[in-house]
Ligand binder design. Structure first.
Ligand SMILES: Cc1cc2nc3c(=O)[nH]c(=O)nc-3n(C[C@H](O)[C@H](O)[C@H](O)COP(=O)(O)OP(=O)(O)OC[C@H]3O[C@@H](n4cnc5c(N)ncnc54)[C@H](O)[C@@H]3O)c2cc1C
Ligand SMILES: NC(=O)c1ccc[n+]([C@@H]2O[C@H](COP(=O)([O-])OP(=O)(O)OC[C@H]3O[C@@H](n4cnc5c(N)ncnc54)[C@H](OP(=O)(O)O)[C@@H]3O)[C@@H](O)[C@H]2O)c1
Length: 377
């Protein structure tokens, strides 16, 4: 990285230059492509790295909270990042959506009646508490208990510090110098009759125009093989496609000769085929050797990337066993990465003629040889 005054504690003020929907009409998702200008930084990130982004909270929600605690906003407070005003602390420094144990305890102590919450704070009821809190935010408790008296300082003291978010980098500096691109699923949902938004994804989608976007890179081991001749297989459904867009840009820019096979999955081909034109272009240029898509909601039954993998099991095995390909997975950790892992083990077992133990051993060896890498969240 170039000599620069920028660090994790003094991140670079990026500038939003593109905020474009990747979804068409009829989409249930709001997945967006962002481009951030980094001119003047001299930053050197690698494809496969992610970027830390520091967002600010929604000012409308901040105003609502200030009103709910009968404050004005200009009161001086000591927040998690030092002396400031209540409004600034709530905008920049404090987590104002999800609650904290200290906040919930304060509610039980100061509300005229919160018997259910008091019961659920018993450590033995942790699971019930988590279920009760799903979709409930700080503002819901403040609205439900308007009798609560709390000073601005006491309020800030029961909140947690606002944490930055990580995003996979979806561009290569060789293709887009002094820029970083992201592919982000903007979090929107409704709970308890109120529309909610994810802090950082809605900051970028709705509130980041003409304001500095503090960013700093996060180095990862999710790197392309050093030898550009090595074939790669990339499995990236949804936003998991992000680092693979960067890999393809990089391999094209350096003229790498290795074959590139992408498994992409999303809901509907008509409105969720992210980067279709770019992938078509890369295919016609011979950079993207193979592209297999799984559109899960285009037929009565679900079709996922691992189904496409099983359809091409023999060829995956040929690339992996015969040609030394590296296998990459990015995206959802909860279900997709586990199912893709199971599919890979099945392919190794069936195509390699191994029993379960030997197949598992081979997959573990792929991992230790750094030929099977995952970046899942
Ligand atoms: C290494 C890494 C790379 C990543 N790369 C990407 C990427 O490339 N693209 C990308 O989009 N994301 C990526 N993420 C995820 C990203 O960091 C954020 O977690 C994500 O954008 C949500 O952040 P947010 O601030 O918008 O939402 P938050 O404010 O954090 O809100 C999300 C929270 O809202 C709550 N919630 C969400 N939906 C519901 C619901 N229906 N009902 C009730 N509560 C709900 C849950 O508590 C959830 O945890 C990555 C994460 C990691 C760790
Ligand atoms: N930490 C966060 O806050 C955060 C942020 C972004 C994403 N995520 C997680 O990542 C998930 C993916 O989000 P996304 O927007 O990138 O993608 P997505 O659009 O929700 O999913 C991409 C594709 O993967 C499919 N899919 C669902 N389950 C699968 C499985 N077990 N195996 C393989 N494919 C599967 C989906 O199908 P169907 O939907 O039709 O079943 C869809 O076609 C989210 O649901 C969430 O769990 C978390």
């Amino acid at each position: 990285m170039a000599d620069a005054p920028y660090t994790r504690t003094n991140p670079f003020p990026g500038k939003l230059i593109v905020n474009r929907s990747l979804c068409g009409e009829g989409s249930d998702k709001d997945t967006r492509h962002f481009e951030i200008d980094l001119t003047g930084w001299g930053l050197n990130y690698e494809v496969g790295d992610s970027m830390t982004v520091w967002a600010t909270n929604d000012p409308a929600l901040v105003d609502e909270i200030i009103k709910a605690i009968c404050a004005k906003g200009d009161e001086p407070v000591k927040g998690p990042k030092g002396e400031t005003t209540l409004r600034e602390a709530l905008l920049r420094d404090c987590r104002i959506t999800q609650t904290t144990p200290k906040f919930l305890k304060m509610i039980t102590e100061r509300a005229s009646a919160a018997p259910l919450l008091t019961e659920l704070l018993d450590p033995k009821r942790k699971e019930d508490l988590d279920r009760y809190l799903w979709g409930m935010e700080v503002i819901d408790f403040l609205m439900e208990h308007p009798s609560i008296k709390i000073s601005p300082q006491e309020f800030v003291d029961v909140l947690a510090k606002l944490q930055p978010r990580l995003y996979s980098i979806s561009s290569s500096l060789k293709a887009h110098p002094e820029q970083v691109h992201f592919t982000i699923d903007v979090v929107h949902y409704t709970s308890h009759g109120r529309k909610r938004g994810g802090v950082c994804s809605t900051f970028l989608a709705e509130r980041a125009e003409n304001v500095p976007i503090p960013v700093f890179p996060n180095t990862s081991k999710f790197r392309l093989p050093e030898d550009g001749n090595t074939p790669i297989i990339m499995v990236g459904p949804g936003t998991g496609v992000a680092p693979f867009r960067a890999y393809l840009q990089e391999r094209k820019a350096v003229g790498a000769k290795g074959k590139n096979w992408l498994f992409f999955g999303s809901q509907k081909a008509s409105c969720n085929y992210f980067y279709k034109e770019e992938f078509d272009q890369l295919t016609s240029e011979g950079v993207l050797t193979k592209l297999d898509c799984a559109f899960s909601r285009d037929q009565a039954h679900k079709v996922y990337v691992q189904d496409r993998m099983m359809e091409s099991a023999a060829e995956i095995w040929k690339w992996m066993d015969g040609e030394g390909a590296h296998f990459f997975v990015c995206g959802d950790a909860r279900r997709m990465a586990k199912d893709v892992d199971a599919a890979l083990r099945k392919i190794v077992q069936e195509q390699g003629g191994k029993d379960v133990d030997a197949a598992n051993e081979s997959v573990e060896k792929l991992k230790s040889d750094k030929r099977y890498k995952r970046d899942v969240y």
